[in-house]
Design a protein around this ligand. Structure first.
Ligand code: SAM
Ligand code: SF4
Length: 346
């Protein structure tokens, strides 16, 4: 079997085959693979694209990741926290619009201790009957994850950022470790969360070999979802002078992830939509099936600046749901606000 045949059968090719494929720029090859990824996605999830309401509830962060505009050393970052009432109000507004998944995302902010997160989760679940709550708050001790799960949180997103420990050390300060990140991912899965890992495409020092290893990691870890989007520079970070990740390489990685992990949930990320006009649609046509419109208060959106020019209005926002639905319809998809649980079994 050659690499393409293996992929069409959800078999992981050899590393050298994956590298050769990722380096191949033959449009016909990729149209075939994107088409196959779409077909696999449709087989499992139909023509639905799941919409999640994204609430960016704090822009404070104790970490100093070199790539991110929210890093603690960025004194120009505008910091805010949403109150308990504001978070609940956003969820209830989203619920009225039809959203049945809320993603609470933020920097690693100790102000929100375990009890306050649990209280927020419990209250969202009480007021928004039948919804799923996804947390994306970074690393915490296993006991904290367990408390969030017991409070009713359903899913947890924690991108591992890169599969290579050496590369991880080039993207983060020494107090952050690849091992700690991966330990959290295994802990989350063991607790019972629908667990999302993920990585950026095109971060400084990333190689094609690492991208091939990312695909092998996905087949081994078997996440319920994976956030895969291009790295985009932020002007007030140490990586400000690096170019952004390639849209085409991101699309290739989405398609190969879909083929190798047929039941995974794959967002067409805001970063992909920011990197190219129609980027999100192109992501869906390469096998993605989730979008995360911004449900944060409009006054905060500019402040949650992880990279330059991040989209947050129009079809990227909950107010633009009709526009988003129309865009999905144009590419033969139906925007679905239902829970949209992952079909991957724990
Ligand atoms: N603090 C939590 C964490 O790091 O897991 C959640 C929020 S963080 C902003 C969410 C994701 O944003 C990170 O996992 C990272 O992959 C992505 N991100 C940060 N800076 C980025 C950049 N410059 N370009 C693209 N994605 C970026
Ligand atoms: Fe903080 Fe997450 Fe940004 Fe790292 S990526 S600085 S942990 S918000």
């Amino acid at each position: 079997m050659d690499a393409i045949e293996k992929l069409l059968n959800s078999v992981l090719p050899e590393k050298k085959e994956l590298i050769a494929l990722l380096e191949c720029d033959d449009g016909e090859v990729w149209e075939k693979l994107f088409g196959a990824a779409r077909a696999v996605c449709e087989k499992h999830y139909g023509n639905k694209v799941f919409a999640r309401g994204l609430i960016e509830f704090t822009s404070y962060c104790k970490n100093d990741c070199f790539y991110c505009g929210l890093r603690r050393s960025n004194s120009k970052a505008q910091r805010y926290r949403l109150s308990f009432g504001e978070i609940l109000e956003r969820c209830e507004s989203g619920y009225a619009l039809g959203f049945r998944t809320f993603v609470l995302q933020g920097g690693e902010d100790g102000y929100f201790d375990d009890e306050s997160i649990c209280r927020i989760v419990r209250e969202i679940k009480r007021r928004c009957w039948g919804c799923a709550v996804t947390l994306s708050l970074g690393e915490r001790p296993t006991d904290s994850f367990k408390a969030f799960f017991d409070a009713g949180a359903d899913r947890y997103l924690l991108r591992h950022e890169t599969v290579s420990a050496r590369h991880y050390a080039l993207l983060h300060p020494p107090e952050m470790s690849y091992a700690a990140r991966i330990d959290c991912l295994y802990a989350l899965k063991a607790i019972g969360f629908q667990t999302g890992c993920g990585f950026m495409v095109g971060t400084p020092f990333q190689t094609t070999e690492m991208l091939a290893d990312e695909l092998a990691f996905l087949t081994q870890f078997k996440p319920h979802m994976a956030g895969i989007g291009p790295f985009l520079p932020h002007r007030d970070t140490p990586f400000k002078d690096f170019g952004g990740g390639s849209v085409q390489t991101t699309l290739k990685m989405l398609a190969l992830s879909r083929l190798l992990c047929p039941e995974i949930l794959l967002p067409a990320t805001t970063a992909l939509g920011t990197a190219a006009a129609g980027g999100r649609e192109r992501g869906i046509l390469a096998g993605a099936n989730v979008v995360m419109p911004n449900l944060s208060p409009a006054s905060c959106r500019e402040k949650y600046s992880i990279y330059d020019n991040k989209l947050n209005m129009g079809a990227e926002s909950s107010e633009g749901l009709a526009e988003l639905a129309a865009r999905m319809k144009k590419i033969g998809r139906v925007l679905a606000t239902c829970r949209g649980d992952s079909l991957v079994k724990n």
